[in-house]
Design a protein around this ligand. Structure first.
Ligand code: HEC
Length: 153
């Protein structure tokens, strides 16, 4: 049969060969860049960002862009804030100050006696030329939660 119909053979052979590339190269497009994959908060870069300014993780960057809200702590030590503050502390501070704040690389900060506004400034900007980094990238809200946790636990 194939001897009599080489063109049909060629077409069928090509079709058979194309199955592989279609499955491996085309099919994945159905599962990437779906609605669920897209991040709602991502916006196009501004001219400043394109010029090389820090492009942070979108939400944190938006918050951090605000001036540090030194002054009044907007949070009360309610259970939700304390829980959030503790989680943030665990993630960002415990590596240096220990999970119970008693210190390791960094000093013991269990009873520092630094009031909220000053503690905010310290965490936001860090301590220059020391091992204490600044955390402005977390944004004001998260920093206030850490402050609330450290001073009320
Ligand atoms: C990379 C390690 C490191 C991380 C992470 C870190 N710290 Fe520190 N921290 C230090 C060091 C080191 C010092 C001491 C700096 C100095 O005065 O020489 C310090 C100092 C401090 C002080 C001042 C203590 C005092 O007695 O004056 C506070 C308060 C503090 N850190 C809080 C935090 C909080 C809250 C976080 C998390 C948001 C954090 N630190 C994350 C290393 C760290």
């Amino acid at each position: 049969m194939w001897k009599k119909n080489p063109v049909l053979f060629l077409v069928l052979a090509l079709a058979a060969i194309m199955v592989g590339p279609i499955v491996t190269m085309v099919a994945p497009f159905a599962t990437v860049n779906t609605e669920a994959d897209r991040m709602a908060c991502v916006k196009p870069y501004t001219a400043l960002e394109l010029a090389g300014h820090d492009i942070g993780w979108c939400e944190a960057a938006a918050e951090a862009a605000e001036e540090p809200k030194a002054g009044t702590n907007p949070f009360k030590p309610d259970p939700a804030t304390m829980k959030a503050g503790k989680a943030l502390y665990r993630e960002h501070c415990s590596g240096c100050h220990g999970s119970d704040l008693s210190g390791s690389i960094g000093p013991d900060i269990r009873d520092i006696g630094i009031e909220d506004a000053d503690l905010f400034t310290l965490i936001y900007g860090g301590i220059a030329d020391s091992g204490m980094p600044g955390f402005s990238r977390l944004g004001s809200k998260r920093i206030w939660k850490v402050v609330t946790f450290v001073n009320n636990r």
